[in-house]
Design a protein around this ligand. Structure first.
Ligand code: GLU
Ligand code: MG
Length: 454
């Protein structure tokens, strides 16, 4: 056995796990968390020390106060480098990693004094899922990632190709790495559904099958890790940064949602004028109502706002429409009632997936609980309307900077209450620190700093 004999735990569950991991030649189990800056971090425990996992793995509470730029505690976060929270593995998320040798991975909840810690992003999403369940509703969710593949050329990173949307030539160019990503996703239980090269240079889109909200957010971590891990094995860099090239399409991560009651998809209702069920209409109305503040969570970086432009299919206008790729919420009922869904396009992969999705749920729940009415559908491209026409239809442009989005969040009692005071305070402090550090940065500086973070 390559990793030799390890001392055996006297706990039967841990002992069984040790045996299974040894048989699979696993040396380390990575315990992962995703922080307020949306950096995925991990601590690894050796199989020989698995026993220590019974009590969780300690992290300083200041981990939830770190910005994306460097490891320094954000002022005003309410957190200091004093005190420990515990990472408690959720073994239902355990996977053996196909892109590095002899490591496995498990996602963790953050605990304090045997209860979920008030800063835990994963617990925030669980709370919103439970609130939705009080309405006897649940969501099926897919994070629809776009990402860019780059290769090193002398000192710089260049896209792997410069072709156009769905070009078969681009498929051929990246066939090995995309096949390997698909295999690695499948090996971890994420079923790939569709793939196409996207419009931008080196840009790809690969979707996976929808899942319940918590599982979908967990999969988003596994997806990002896998894409970047496999790309690295192929000598490439994969980046989910929203805007890498000034004049090319950006990387979105649309949140594809459907509302369910029991085993029934409740998104569409052919008898209603909007085509949506009363519940879905109210949920979408809540999402639209809170969208400027939601942006602070679904568009996590200063770079996100460069993507949010008219005519870029990026959800830059606060409105909804059937099949409308320029609306913030695109409704899709063409596949019949069982396949009804709606997509929040004002989102990218720089937002912590638990916080982003949990906040969309909180906004939708507010729509449901207040019985908010959906505004009229927008049937054309809102970017082709005059300012006056947009005002008449009640369509606003969304925040154009992270600073504006944060100001909207700071004034939004519904989202702040859902996040809870401690989590909201730390999140805002981290994002304010990021915004203050980067608000004057040019695109090149942003790309240099953030390309490999996301
Ligand atoms: N790349 C676009 C975005 O920034 C999305 C294109 C599409 O509809 O897939 O969201
Ligand atoms: Mg796309």
């Amino acid at each position: 056995m390559p990793n030799g004999q390890v001392s055996e735990s006297d706990d039967p569950v841990i002992h069984a796990l040790q045996r299974a991991l040894q048989a699979a030649e696993i040396r380390f189990v990575r315990i992962l968390w995703c922080d307020n800056a949306n950096v995925i971090r991990g601590k690894a425990v050796h199989v020989a020390a698995l026993e220590s996992l019974r009590h969780g793995v300690g992290i300083t509470v200041a981990q939830q106060a770190l910005p994306v730029m460097y490891d320094a505690v954000a002022p005003g976060s309410g957190l200091e480098p004093v005190g420990e929270a515990l990472l408690a593995p959720d073994w239902s998320t355990f996977t053996v990693l196909p892109y590095v040798p002899n490591h496995a991975q498990v996602l963790a909840d953050m605990m304090l004094d045997d209860a979920p810690w008030e800063h835990c992003p994963r617990d925030f999403l669980k709370q919103q899922v439970a609130r939705l369940a009080d309405h006897r509703l649940s969501l099926q969710v897919a994070f629809e990632n776009e990402f860019t593949l780059l290769r090193r050329d002398d000192d710089s990173l260049v896209p792997v190709e410069t072709s156009v949307y769905a070009a078969t030539l681009a498929m051929n160019e990246s066939v090995e790495v995309i096949n390997a990503i698909a295999d690695a996703l499948l090996a971890q239980g994420l079923e790939p559904v569709r793939y196409h090269p996207e419009s931008g240079p080196g840009q790809q889109e690969l979707s996976v099958r929808p899942a319940g909200a918590l599982e979908a957010a967990d999969r988003q971590l596994q997806f990002r890790e896998t894409v970047r891990g496999i790309a690295a094995r192929h000598g490439l860099t994969a980046s989910f940064l929203p805007k890498i090239f000034e004049n090319a399409a950006g990387n979105g991560c649309h949140l594809n949602l459907s509302l369910w009651r029991g085993g029934e998809n409740l998104s569409g209702d052919p008898a209603s004028t909007s085509g949506l069920s009363a519940e879905a209409a109210a949920f979408i109305a809540g999402t639209l109502e809170h969208l400027p503040a939601l942006a602070a969570l679904t568009l996590g970086s200063c770079n996100s706002y460069r993507r949010l432009q008219a005519h870029a299919w990026a959800g830059a206008f606060r409105c909804w429409g059937h099949g409308n790729r320029e609306a913030a919420v695109r409704v899709s009922l063409d596949g019949g009632p069982a396949d009804g869904r709606f997509e929040v396009k004002t989102a990218d992969a720089t937002g912590n997936p638990y916080l982003a999705l949990g906040s969309v749920l909180a906004a939708g729940l507010d729509g449901l609980e207040r019985g908010l009415e959906l505004p009229a559908e927008v049937t054309g491209d809102p970017g082709n309307l005059t300012e006056a026409e947009r005002t008449r239809l009640g369509i606003d442009l969304l925040p154009s900077t992270q600073g504006e989005a944060l100001a909207a969040l700071e004034a939004n009692d519904v989202l702040l209450a859902a996040l809870g005071p401690a989590r909201a305070r730390a999140y805002r402090a981290v994002k304010r620190m990021e915004w203050e550090a980067l608000e004057d940065a040019g695109l090149d500086d942003e790309v240099e700093l953030l390309l490999e973070r996301y």
